[in-house]
Structure formats: C-alpha cells, structure tokens
Ligand binder design. Structure first.
Ligand SMILES: [Zn+2]
Length: 304
C-alpha cells in the first residue's frame, strides 16, 4: 500500500443543526447526562491522563463562573458543552485533582475522542478571546449560535463573524524512498528536528505554498507532491495539511531568518536518531506521524 497513514474518524457529532436551536441548547444545559469540558483561558483541565469531563451535577455552580460557553455537539449521544472559566475557578471543588494543561504536552496522552473535544473547544475559545469587538465598526460583538458565530452589537452594522482556521502546510521532502529532509528552528529544544512547515499565503494554492516554503527555507526545488493527512493545531487557529514531496535538487541553502539548520537523513538514521545527535516529534504530532510512516516504509514519496 502506498500510503498507510490513515486519518482518524471524528468521535464527535458536531450537531451543527442544533446551534440555532436556543431552546434545545437551554434544555441540554439542565440534563443530568450532559457533559461539560472545563477550560481556563483556553487550556483544558486534565486529571491524570484524561480530560476532566464533568456531568451537570458535578459542574454545580461552576457553570456560573464561565466567561464563555460553547456547544460542541453530541458525544455518543450525550450533549457536550465547553466552558471557559475565569481566574480562581481552578480552586472550585468540581475541579479538584485536575489542572489546566498545555494541550501541546497532552497530544500524546489524551484518548482521541477527548483530544478532539479539547482541540475544538480551545480553538473556539481562543477565537472568542481575540474577537470581542467587531472588525468592521469596532463596537462590541456578542456570541450567537451556541458560540459558533459572533454578531456585532451595533444595529446599524450587525456584521456576523465566524471562527477562522489558518491553513499551514507541513511537508516531508524526500530524496527517493530512503532519505528525507529535516530542519530545526531557533528556540526549539536542543537536538529537535522536524519536517518543514509554513503558512499558506493569500491567493496561493496548497501546492504553491509547499513549493514556495521549501524553496524559501532550504533552497530546494520540489517536484511531484502528494497530500497525506491533516491535523488541527489551534495555537491559535491553524490546520496543518501534511504533504510528502520529491526533491528535484539536493543542495541545501538554509534561510537563517527562518531556520537554524537543515539536514538530509536516511531511514536508518531516523530509526535511531539519538545516536545521530537529533530527535523528532512523537507520532502524536502530524510531523512525527509522517516521519514514523516514512521510517516504516508505509509512506513513500510520489516518485517511489
Ligand atoms: Zn460592527
């Protein structure tokens, strides 16, 4: 099989048709089986290696301390809301034994359905936190549709605003089936290398962004490329689109504004990176997943 990297199936039914149904949402808020996912300023509460999911009874009056609440949808038929809490809420009894956590650190630990809830809630809360005012007229905006849009409070403007997602390409550049290109940015942990990545610019196709980023960052021209899979990366609002591409040239000219170093490595070296003085992201991250599949021989470049 040419591409054995398989994207996950969504565990959550986003139930978008319920977003406008205010009475349905209000009803769900009082159901015993409804689940709440607490966050503190966009960081999900984690207990051990799981999200601190709360039932309505466990939530108690914590719900009154929410600065934002969004409708996530139905998880195995149970209504699910995310709560963004204000400072001090972490001392509430409902959250004892849990703490707000950096989601990047939790990527590998959380069960996949919980990771989906955490990424979704965080992306929405970060968007709300940065869009309190209408970008058309500057008046305050208010959340609507279960927290999935914001509407300007000025009746003469009434602009509607939607959460945005910024596409970002991540590309594993290959020299045949045995060598690929890894690079590191300034400020990364010592020895850490990953695939190349960059934001898609206005008016650009994904393929153009892949070719431009690789040429800008390391001076390598790419030929054929293939989309592999994606990963939401809400820091604050990216969607990483993973590609694998053939290198047409091999000489590296590293742009020191963007990168600290880049190198070609063999599959053999990637099998035991520490022995060769580097390490790569774990498979929980998209780059780690592409690299692991490349090492395993289940992800081949277009020319192979
Ligand atoms: Zn406005």
């Amino acid at each position: 099989m040419k591409n054995a990297v398989t994207p996950g199936v969504a565990a959550l039914d986003r139930a978008a048709d319920k977003r406008r149904d205010v009475s349905f949402l209000e009803q769900q808020l009082d159901q015993a089986e409804t689940l709440f996912v607490p966050f503190l300023r966009g960081q999900p509460f984690v207990r051990g290696s799981e999200l601190a999911l709360l039932t309505r009874r466990e939530t108690g009056d914590l719900i009154d301390q929410a600065t934002e609440m969004v409708w996530l949808g139905l998880l195995a038929g149970r209504a699910c809301f995310a709560l963004d809490l204000g400072p001090g809420a972490e001392r509430h009894a409902a959250l004892s034994g849990s703490q707000p956590s950096d989601l990047r650190m939790q990527l590998a630990q959380l069960p996949s359905a919980q990771l989906e809830l955490a990424l979704y809630g965080r992306a929405l809360f970060l968007w709300h936190a940065r869009h309190s005012f209408c970008s058309v007229c500057g008046q305050p905006s208010r959340p609507r549709q279960g927290g999935h849009t914001r509407v300007c409070s000025s009746s003469s403007c009434a602009s509607e605003h939607f959460p945005r997602t910024d596409p970002c390409v991540l590309v594993l550049v290959c020299d045949g089936p045995d060598r690929c290109l890894i690079a590191r940015s300034q400020g990364w942990p010592a020895g850490m290398y990953s695939a190349l990545a960059g934001f898609v610019e206005p008016g650009e196709t994904l393929e153009q962004a892949v070719a431009r980023e690789v040429l800008e960052e390391v001076g390598v021209e790419v030929g054929a490329m293939r989309y592999v899979m994606s990963q939401p990366w809400p820091f604050p609002a990216s969607l990483m689109l993973g590609y694998i591409a053939d290198a047409r040239t091999l000489e590296l000219r590293v742009d020191s504004h963007e990168l600290e170093a880049a190198r070609w490595v063999t599959r053999e070296q990637l099998r035991d990176p520490q022995q060769h003085g580097f390490f790569v992201p774990r498979p929980a991250a998209l780059a780690g997943q592409l690299l692991a599949a490349f090492v395993a021989g289940t992800l081949l470049p277009p020319s192979a």
